[in-house]
Design a protein around this ligand. Structure first.
Ligand SMILES: Nc1ncnc2c1ncn2[C@@H]1O[C@H](COP(=O)(O)OP(=O)(O)OP(=O)(O)O)[C@@H](O)[C@H]1O
Ligand SMILES: [Mg+2]
Length: 274
């Protein structure tokens, strides 16, 4: 159990999505449904539904940091997941919180960095000037980095329009300090969808047919949080990613069809499939 608690405590540093499909809301649902414990440091409140983001209210940096410290000092964490950070100041806060997190054996905890930049509807969720900070401060702290194709391009300066491109970006991101990368293929065109888990020891492909649906709001947040839940519970990296991938795909298949735009997943699909 990682020397941590049996339940697997995840500290999530990310933004709120009022629509409930992505962000902190998706993170809490995914972590909870996979049997782990979710605590949060909210970085921003977004005004959002399935049609897009219409407002962003950043939380002051000292309050973001204080939320994280309040969680770490009392409840503790067996893994940390970051999502929407917004700007370079918040990236620095996340790095400090990561550095101060210790499990009950006194060791650092696994960290899943979802380098969120743009919402599904197109709204910017990271100041472009902060991309260099993510690269410099978060990649070296990442147990697992989970970029989508546009984020892979922004972080590496390389193209990411095919699976081979994603692989090249992935190796570059390992060079830049990430211990492992899960290169997400959702934005790469094609009937089949391929995500690549790459570590210094090799590569595992997660591949299936693309589900024909508009209900993919929050897939990325959900996947990264599900991975963090697994790591917090002591699963090895490949097992954590495999369980997370299956969880997300079933949640897409079970999407309840809410909203007029990119609708949410069914994070609770397993409650209904018994
Ligand atoms: N239509 C689909 N069918 C099956 N799997 C999908 C589909 N769309 C996305 N996924 C899966 O969802 C996960 C997230 O991938 P994606 O590349 O969409 O991330 P993202 O862009 O970060 O998502 P988000 O917009 O929520 O931030 C990946 O595992 C991907 O394979
Ligand atoms: Mg994403």
């Amino acid at each position: 159990m990682n020397g941590g608690s049996r339940i697997g405590r995840v500290l999530i540093i990310a933004g709120s999505d009022s629509g409930g499909g992505a962000g902190i809301q998706a993170d809490i649902k995914a972590v909870t449904m996979l049997g782990a414990y979710a605590a949060t440091a909210v970085t921003a409140i977004t005004v959002q539904n399935t049609l897009g983001v219409t407002g962003v209210h950043p939380i002051p940096l000292d309050i973001i940091e204080a939320q994280g410290r309040a969680v770490l000092d009392d409840i503790g964490a067996d893994a940390i997941k970051t999502g929407m950070l917004g700007d370079a100041g918040t990236v620095a806060v996340a790095a400090r919180l990561i550095d101060s997190a210790r499990n009950s054996m006194g060791r650092g905890v696994p960290v899943v960095i979802d380098p969120v930049m743009i919402a599904k509807g197109g709204a910017s969720l990271l100041d472009p000037h902060a991309i260099a900070a993510v690269r410099a401060e978060l990649l070296p702290r990442a147990t697992l980095l989970t970029p989508n194709a546009p984020e892979a391009e922004a972080l590496t300066g390389l193209p990411a329009t095919s699976t081979d491109d994603l692989r090249r970006c992935g190796y570059e991101l390992l060079e830049a300090g990430a211990k492992a990368v899960l290169m997400k293929g959702g934005h790469v065109p094609g009937d089949r969808l391929v995500d690549l888990l790459i570590t210094r020891d090799g590569e595992t492909a997660f591949e299936d047919v693309r589900i024909d649906t508009r209900h993919t709001h929050g897939t990325g947040c959900t996947l990264a949080s599900a991975c963090a839940a697994g790591l917090a519970q002591g699963l090895d990296l490949t097992a954590a990613v495999a369980r997370a991938w299956d969880y997300v795909h079933r949640a897409i298949e079970a999407a309840p069809g809410l909203g007029k735009g990119h609708g949410p997943l069914d994070h609770g699909w397993m409650l209904r499939s018994r």
